[in-house]
Ligand binder design. Sequence first.
Ligand code: GAR
Length: 188
Amino acid sequence: MKLAVLLSGRGSNFAAIHEAIADRRLDAQIATVISNRADAAGLARAKDCGYDAHAIPHRDYPTRAAHEEEVLRVLALHEPDYIVLAGYMRLLSPTFVAAYPNRILNIHPSLLPSFPGVDAQAQALRHGVKISGCTVHLVDENLDAGPILVQRAVPVVDGDTVESLSARILDQEHEAYVEALQKLKSKT
Ligand code: GAR
């Protein structure tokens, strides 16, 4: 199972997937890692791990479509089975999604369909929910939507801050992403 990882930042979900492959908990390979930010820590980490890794900064392109076209061009060179969005903070156009129907995965730090979009953990705290978590789902043309593959719940505790809740959710994200990929692998 050939994966292409798209990320924008820290890259801890990418690292969790990399470690699961290295430990043979996940039978897959990461064919390429692409970031829309040249300074993403996750991109540096991918290079350190020896992966084919590209910065394709969206700011270098006149339009969203032009940027996506370049990302799609690089992806196509690697013929991935699945595109793994790991903290990729760009909304994908319907054209992009149509290029890989039911083959793009995303992870989101809430129990979707609650709290899509940015600052999901802050949204959860604002609403006062007592349980939050993370969701791994297949991507459709809507924001943070599409068939759910795995969810993990965590409690929201008194005194939680965005930081403390995010950290509790992130621990579960790392396991949930590997579990979702294991599920897809078992179907191939
Ligand atoms: C994760 O919490 C992920 O769920 C979130 O960004 C973070 C990336 O962390 N994604 C979204 O909010 C997407 N809507 P990472 O760079 O350490 O994997």
